[in-house]
Design a protein around this ligand. Structure first.
Ligand SMILES: [Zn+2]
Length: 214
């Protein structure tokens, strides 16, 4: 029997998701079909809903409602626009916001400089970052990237690009295991004294003596 084209396409699309291999995608597709419709229909509706109602904020890169651009993080007058937290992707913004306490603004790069994968400066939102720093007269940048080679290259690029300007640049995430990302950090890491926690990010931004000077 020939595998239905729709099933092949569903599995192929699922396999494009991060961390999902071909076999996992096949299992997911079969699970959706075994459910005989409810989960499949709900998922289809949710995907359609997300496609029409959610956008990427052009300013900071966070996920926002399509009718709220720039996003609430960028327009909230209570947030300090002089402090920018640079992260890899929108998920990191959600993680830090959930931890609570940081009152600056964000800039998601949508990746890191990775020559091996062909991800260079052009593909990232680095030019947008530099333009934003000048336009918004940013005084402090907190780099909240993982501790890996690509993050180091990205942080170095940011530091070199802003050299000579009177901007304080701090780097977080030293010590986070490679590949672990910002997300696994727990709120109580701060109480344990780890510098990598998003909670420490808040401390760095409040206390000019904190953080690692780059
Ligand atoms: Zn925004």
């Amino acid at each position: 029997m020939k595998t239905p084209d729709a099933l092949i396409r569903l599995s192929s699309l699922l396999a494009k998701l991060p961390g999902v291999g071909r076999r996992s995608a096949d299992r997911m597709a079969m699970a959706l079909m075994r459910d005989q419709g409810t989960l499949l229909r709900d998922l289809a509706f949710s995907l359609q809903d997300a496609a029409t109602k959610l956008k990427i904020c052009p300013q900071c890169g966070s996920i926002t409602q399509a009718d709220e651009i720039p996003c609430g993080l960028c327009t909230d007058p209570r947030r300090n626009g002089k402090i920018l937290c640079v992260v890899e992707d929108p998920g990191d913004i959600i993680t830090i916001e959930r931890a609570g306490g940081f009152q600056g603004r964000y800039h998601a790069l949508m990746g890191k400089i990775s020559p091996a994968k062909g991800d260079g400066i052009v593909q990232l939102r680095l030019d947008a970052l530099l333009a934003r720093v000048a336009r918004e007269q940013v005084e402090e940048i907190i780099i909240a990237l993982n501790a890996d080679v690509e993050s180091d290259a990205t942080a170095s690029f940011i530091r070199e690009s802003l050299a000579g300007r009177n901007i304080r640049i701090t780097r977080l995430a030293r010590g986070i295991p490679t590949g672990a990302g910002v997300a696994p950090c727990r709120r109580d890491d701060a109480r344990a004294g780890h510098r990598e926690s998003p909670r420490i990010l808040m401390a760095c931004s409040r206390n000019k003596a904190g953080g690692e000077r780059c």
